[in-house]
Design a protein around this ligand. Sequence first.
Ligand code: EPZ
Length: 426
Amino acid sequence: MDRIALTGGTPLNGSIRVSGAKNSALKLQAASLLTAEPLVLTNMPELADTRFMVELLAQLGVEIFWPKGSGRLSMHGETLSSSIAPYDLVRKMRATFNVLGPLLAREGHATVSLPGGCAIGARPVDLHLKAFEAMGADIVIEAGYVKAAALRGLKGARVMFPFASVGATEHAMLAATLARGETVLENAAREPEIVDLADCLKAMGAQIEGAGSSTIHIQGVEKLGGATWNVMPDRIEAGTYACCAAAAGGEVLLTSVVPETLSALLDVLTRAGVRVETGPDWVRIARDPATRLKAVDIDTQPYPGFPTDLQAQVMGLVTLASGASIFKENIFENRFMHAPELRRLGADITVRGSEAVVRGVEHLRGAPVMATDLRASVSLVIAGLMAEGETVISRVYHLDRGFERLEDKLSACGAQIRRIKSGEEG
Ligand code: EPZ
């Protein structure tokens, strides 16, 4: 298994082009199942997760053309050969569960493995299934699989989510595009990735209004056509590099970003004493490495609140800040797994239930640490950039799920970071 070694203490200077958003791309990939015509995604991130999704789509009969390094994924599901998503593919990555709704809408039936829990929380899919039941699907859970059928097609329905779930909102929206009549999603999630998905579906011929607000109206259509769609920039990747620059000091220009989607983080960075400047599609992050960051409090919330996917990164960042930072994680039950690893570098962090207190220390010292999940793994990179000496992060396959060429992007700005390939000596 690969590891990442980095030596802290070097400021970052330069620019980083942000990739297409993983969490948007995965749902856009699922949309290819809704049409017999090609769906082409540009600005497509090449990640372990997007490759898992391609593997599953190919198994369902979608023809895939994705030249390496092209950033252009073409998916053509002219006829589908299967409507079964097996355990082996769904267990690798939860977002593959999102093929259920499109298969159900287009084929009238689907059998998809239950995704199961994951390290950051139980993550049930009850809200997804309730939405499909409201649209007239019969759902049976048997031997770890969800068997869904709507043999005469899905019908429009009013769905009220008790919690604004990102996945359930996207999944219900995908399916509703081909349902008979109107579907209204209430208390829908408002994440920018939902707007990206809705806009792509509209380019394919869907009738959707209100994506990005808490009520979404979808008027079902007979069929959808193909489209070419540019995946939105990854706000979590952008936010992560903003934290890297803030941690190491120096000046980094992030390009190909939508600054509005980063407002909650940029406010926090400004409060911490980081210089933030924004333009139409760029953000500049600067900090004099001789100054000390200030403590900040974080309360994760659905968009436009502070994203849970950036909580670990800010925790890494404030380990050296002056004062105590309080973190409240409201989205997932178990998302502080980075805390014990950050402590190995010398951080002072106390976790009590859904709250963590980080008391800023004077120094961090490099150590061997272990990545425990995707965003936890980059919080170790951020802390490693500030630590004295070398930090070696193992289990970087977590990081490869969601960050494209992270070590190349950071080393281009001067970071001392390298990948140690499996079998190579450190
Ligand atoms: C998406 O997960 C993202 N994943 C997550 O990013 C992100 O952290 C999360 O949204 C919140 O922003 C993808 O887009 C692939 P939710 P999702 O449904 O859709 C509970 C990353 O690191 N819930 O909004 O699964 C659930 O357990 C990942 O890139 C139910 O109870 O998030 C959680 O506590 C991690 N029943 C809360 O809602 C349901 O049916 C929020 O989940 C669905 C969700």
